[in-house]
Ligand binder design. Structure first.
Ligand SMILES: C[S@@+](CC[C@H](N)C(=O)[O-])C[C@H]1O[C@@H](n2cnc3c(N)ncnc32)[C@H](O)[C@@H]1O
Length: 301
């Protein structure tokens, strides 16, 4: 049997130059995850209200990955224009244990986001400066923080936030594809050994335990892999588990993964349809800090 390293170690192996091709294939399907987050709130007004209080703001992107969220924001109407109309500048600090991710995210930034400090470490090991940030976000980012370490890691994000700042975390729910698939993967490929991904409800509970004001909305949509793209299906699923040592054939045979995949297989079209459920979690030290307004009430399909 293949000996696999655990979740966090495999994440680090794949967030690397060697994993670039696999990452790019994954984002053919997953880039839209970030567009939905960019469309879910009135981000431009949140930045504008920051601009009305001060000339520049400071933001930390925790587990920044390759910067798909700031890219999605920059592509949405209004955000890129802010730097012209309001002469507004947001110092954009990056945190990630992967040097590859830090390099990639830096390249994704454009005004009003200006590259600030970089922290090459895990959230749990971050030596944060208290009260420094107007905004702290982590989008599809904290899956590899084990549940028992979430509260300690999130305490760092909360402490880094200014009293009137706000945080935003997007994280899959246990009954959505990213976390649910990984549970099935662990049960099938590692006989249940290995650290599960943490989920959106666990993030929400940890923030409440820390005494934060929290507002959560769940976004539902479907990731569709067309019937005629079996290689894309294979590489997407491999990336979802940070494991390219098993192929599609094996996934379709090993239970309980095989049953999960069968439940996502639309027999009429031949497409695979993966149900996504993403917790979008706003938090702040005060109720008044939760000012970011919803742009859409329901999910997208
Ligand atoms: C899917 S990416 C995040 C995507 C990103 N938010 C974006 O906008 O593209 C996940 C990132 O989490 C990082 N990561 C994994 N474990 C971490 C931890 N304990 N603390 C901080 N970052 C971590 C990985 O190195 C990877 O770069």
């Amino acid at each position: 049997m293949t000996v696999r390293s655990d979740t966090f170690e495999r994440s680090c192996e794949h967030w690397s130059d060697a994993g670039r091709e696999e990452m790019e294939a994954f984002y053919e399907l997953a880039r839209v995850d970030y567009r939905y987050l960019a469309e879910a709130y009135h981000w431009t007004s949140a930045f504008q209200s920051l601009a009305s209080r001060k000339i520049g703001g400071r933001l930390i992107d925790v587990a920044c990955g390759s910067g798909k969220f700031p890219q999605a924001l920059l592509a949405s109407p209004g955000v890129a224009d802010l730097s012209k109309s309001a002469n507004f500048k947001l110092n954009y600090d990056l945190l990630d244990p992967s040097d590859f991710s830090l390099r990639e995210a830096k390249q994704a930034l454009a005004p009003p986001f200006h590259v600030g400090s970089e922290f090459c470490c895990t959230l749990q090991n971050w030596d944060e400066e208290a009260g420094l940030y107007d905004i702290a976000w982590a989008t599809h980012a904290l899956y590899c923080v084990p549940t028992e370490e979430l509260e300690q890691g999130l305490a760092r994000m909360c402490s880094a936030l200014a009293q009137d700042g706000f945080g935003f975390i997007a994280q899959g729910m246990r009954d959505g594809h990213y976390v649910g698939f990984y549970d099935e993967y662990l049960a099938s490929m590692t006989e249940g050994d290995g650290t599960p991904y943490s989920d959106g409800a666990q993030v929400e509970a940890a923030l409440k335990n820390l005494g934060m004001h929290v507002r959560t909305r769940v976004l539902d949509y479907t990731t569709v892999v067309p019937a005629d793209r079996p290689e894309l299906l294979e590489s997407y699923l491999q990336r979802c588990a940070f494991d390219d040592t098993f192929g599609l054939e094996e996934m379709l045979q090993r239970e309980p993964l095989a049953g999960y995949l069968a439940s996502c297989h639309d027999l009429d079209s031949g497409d695979y349809r993966f149900p996504q459920r993403v917790g979008m979690i706003l938090f702040s030290h005060t109720e008044a800090g939760l000012t970011l307004r919803d742009a859409k009430v329901s999910g997208v399909d």
